[in-house]
Design a protein around this ligand. Structure first.
Ligand code: PLP
Length: 398
């Protein structure tokens, strides 16, 4: 039996979502076709748009369907830069936090090859954005900044960012703010009536929906230059045949996750606390990364620990061999283990950053899953420590 503790990478599709998608799959029709089957498919997409928007406190017209979080982040970062820089060529600066997911960092770094000045803003040791650095950057170069992108909550260490303050600072300089809420949506209240952020990325497969569907929720009037050109769907912001099945799945997954959020956040936080407390008791030199749970400034469902002297991949494989599926939480390229850019940005030294494990919980998680982690952990850490910081193949994760 596998104990699945990698819900931040992807979480099982909710059975009701699967059922609704199968029903929609049985139908035919391109939502852009004018015949009756096409109109029915269009109705499914537009009803899903309305339902998804309602879960976010957004207007249906603000939802731009995408193929997932990565595409929505690319559309936000590149689309906003092209639009803002095009309208005012002095605006060449892109401000992102140093702990963004690669779906934001890499488009920003790519823009640097196209003439953008990209600033990766520093964070505090717990991963929270250094607001003074943002304020200084804006007051010195505010009229040259095209956009700010700061994630709602971090996918590796779970830090919830001070987004309201980010928005206030950026808007005082007339700068739009994008946020990647892929990990937050469904686990924290994401209500766009309460926060004046300009564009928000969400993804279905982190919520109990299917892989391959997401959305950028972009405020009315926000100019975005498209990344994809083609049939002109989604007001020409995002061409491509609309995905009726995916949109039905995403809307229902969002409704279910938001409805269950109050009780699930409490339940998962209790499991997370049991895991963290147990790990610290059993492995006294384990270090929790990100804010302490008691601060309330971390995602309820995720625990990220580093184990000195261990290679994250050794820990991962040893855990896997004991039936526990988790993640190192870090990004690796070409099979070469690399310390996480998130941990390095938090000031963790390279050797400590390599011994990372992320356990993330979700709808199907139980106390038995936590017990399985704790039962395996002491021996896994001892064996990984004995193996030392050897290299092992690894891959990039969500
Ligand atoms: N942003 C964050 C914070 C994520 O955790 C992920 C998923 O790994 C993504 C973006 C990418 O989303 P998707 O897998 O839907 O492309």
């Amino acid at each position: 039996m596998t104990h699945y503790l990698d819900h931040a990478a992807t979480t099982p599709v909710h059975p009701l979502v699967a059922e609704a998608m199968v029903a929609e799959l049985a139908r035919v029709g391109n939502p852009s076709s004018v015949h009756a089957p096409g109109r029915a498919a269009r109705r499914a997409v537009e009803e899903s748009r309305e339902r998804l928007a309602a879960t976010l406190g957004a207007r249906p017209s603000e939802v731009v369907w995408t193929s997932g979080g990565t595409e929505a982040d690319n559309l936000a970062v590149k689309g906003l830069w092209w639009a803002r820089h095009g309208a005012d060529p002095r605006r060449i600066r892109v401000l992102v936090s140093a702990v963004e997911h690669h779906a934001v960092l890499d488009p920003a770094r790519w823009l640097a090859t196209q003439g953008a000045d990209v600033v990766e803003l520093p964070v505090h040791p717990d991963g929270a954005l250094d607001l003074d650095a943002l304020a200084a950057e804006l007051s010195e170069h505010g009229d040259r900044v095209a956009l700010v992108s700061v994630m709602w909550a971090n996918n590796e260490i779970g830090t919830v960012q001070p987004l309201a303050e980010v928005v206030e600072l950026a808007h005082a300089h007339g700068v739009p703010v994008h946020t990647d809420a892929v990990q937050a949506f469904g686990h924290l209240p994401v209500d766009l009536r309460a926060i004046a952020v300009d564009a928000v990325t969400i993804s279905a497969h982190k919520l109990g929906g299917p892989v391959g569907v997401g959305a950028l929720v972009a405020r009315r009037g926000l100019e975005l230059v498209p990344v994809l050109h083609g049939g002109g769907q989604e007001r020409s912001v995002r061409s491509g045949t609309l995905d009726a099945v995916g949109s039905v799945g995403m809307a229902l997954a969002a409704e279910l996750a938001v409805a269950d959020l109050p009780s699930e956040a409490v339940r998962l936080a209790a499991l997370r606390d049991a895991l963290v407390d147990g790990a610290r008791r059993l492995v006294p030199d384990a270090v929790l990364r990100g804010p302490e749970p008691s601060t309330g400034r971390r995602l309820p469902h995720s625990a990220h620990l580093t184990f000195p002297g261990c290679e994250g991949d050794s820990l991962l494989y040893l855990m896997d061999s004991r039936g526990v599926a988790c993640s190192t939480g870090s990004a690796c390229a070409a099979g070469v283990p690399q310390p996480s850019h998130v941990l390095l940005a938090c000031g963790v030294d390279e050797a400590d950053a390599r011994g990372a494990l992320r356990f993330s919980l979700g709808r199907t998680s139980t106390a038995q899953d936590v017990e399985a982690v704790l039962a395996a952990l002491p021996e896994v850490v001892a064996r990984a420590k004995a193996a030392g910081l050897a290299s092992a193949p690894a891959r990039r994760v969500g």
